[in-house]
Design a protein around this ligand. Structure first.
Ligand SMILES: [Mn+2]
Length: 298
């Protein structure tokens, strides 16, 4: 980003963090970079578990402030960002701010986040997505343990995934198993979505939770036990129907599995980054790396 953009990003991140602190009673601000075929952008997701904003329209009005701040808050943030979304309710408030090039209107919207074990600088979880008009492929991987060794395993898994984008998810996991033998090992899930064929294919090894949501129906997609790079895994693909309303969620064991996105009225129809934010805010285990990828049809 040039100096102007970088300055705007700093303002947005500062403002988002101040809001979380002053109005939300504390929370998290996750800043990440997204590179896509049409350019790149920065993405900020700020979450708190405060009491929520009663009058959103009023809060978005310039000059409005509840806690004696400058009062240029949300309205200015909305104007400054390329994309702005806010979700507020009983569980707290989440704000999504994007700055930079927006990606073209892909049929599958994707968001992912990976956060390190508290106190670690390196993340032992990782994710990657590759998208063409024909199909969207994504990997989520969790290197054994945490810290440097785990991060090396996760990055090796992602690099191997990126070298084998033209083959099926199950076959990719086979290559991952070979490539990870020189690391301490990892678990991983790989998904392929082909909107025109209305098809989702998933394969997972180890403790990766994958769920496909179609309307009121939520279906867990099976991952087989094992650790890539260590024990020859049993690899089996799961096929399911993908529709424009489908939502796919996969995450590592850094998140509890008992979540229910239907408990957040309206959230399933929002940007997938907000779904990631809600899961990380409300279901993150404290003693592990944590990662989540959400893909949505539209
Ligand atoms: Mn883990």
């Amino acid at each position: 980003m040039d100096e102007t953009r970088a300055g705007e990003l700093a303002i947005l991140a500062t403002e988002a963090a101040s809001n979380v602190l002053i109005h939300g009673g504390g929370g998290h601000v996750i800043v990440s970079g997204v590179v896509h075929h049409d350019g790149h952008r920065a993405q900020i997701v700020a979450t708190d578990q405060g009491k929520g904003i009663d009058n959103l329209a009023l809060a978005l009005t310039d000059g409005y402030s509840t806690a004696g701040t400058m009062g240029s808050g949300l309205g200015a943030m909305k104007r400054l960002s390329t994309h702005f979304e806010i979700f507020t309710g009983k569980g707290g408030t989440m704000v999504l701010l994007e700055l930079g090039d927006s990606s073209t209107d892909a049929e599958v919207q994707v968001a992912g986040m990976a956060l390190p074990y508290p106190g670690e600088r390196l993340c032992g979880d990782g994710w990657w997505c590759d998208q063409t008009p024909q199909r969207t492929m994504a990997i989520l991987t969790d290197g054994l343990g945490h810290g440097l060794g785990a991060a090396e395993a996760a990055q090796e898994a992602i690099a191997t995934f990126r070298r084998h984008l033209s083959i099926q998810p199950g076959d990719i996991l086979g290559y991952l198993h070979d490539a990870l033998k020189k690391t301490r090992g990892a678990v991983a899930g790989v998904v392929e979505i082909s909107p025109a064929q209305r098809e989702l294919t998933y394969a997972g090894v180890g403790n990766i939770c994958a769920t496909l949501i179609n309307g009121n129906i939520s279906r867990g997609l099976m991952s087989h036990n094992g650790t890539l790079g260590i024990t020859a895994p049993r690899i089996q693909e799961v096929h399911a129907e993908w529709t424009p309303g489908s939502v796919f969620v996969m995450h590592s064991d850094g998140l509890h599995t008992r979540w229910d996105l239907a408990a957040y009225p309206g959230l399933l129809s929002r940007h997938p980054a907000l779904l990631c934010g809600a899961l990380l805010r409300d279901y993150r285990r404290q003693r592990d790396d944590a990662s989540v990828v959400v893909m949505k049809g539209q």
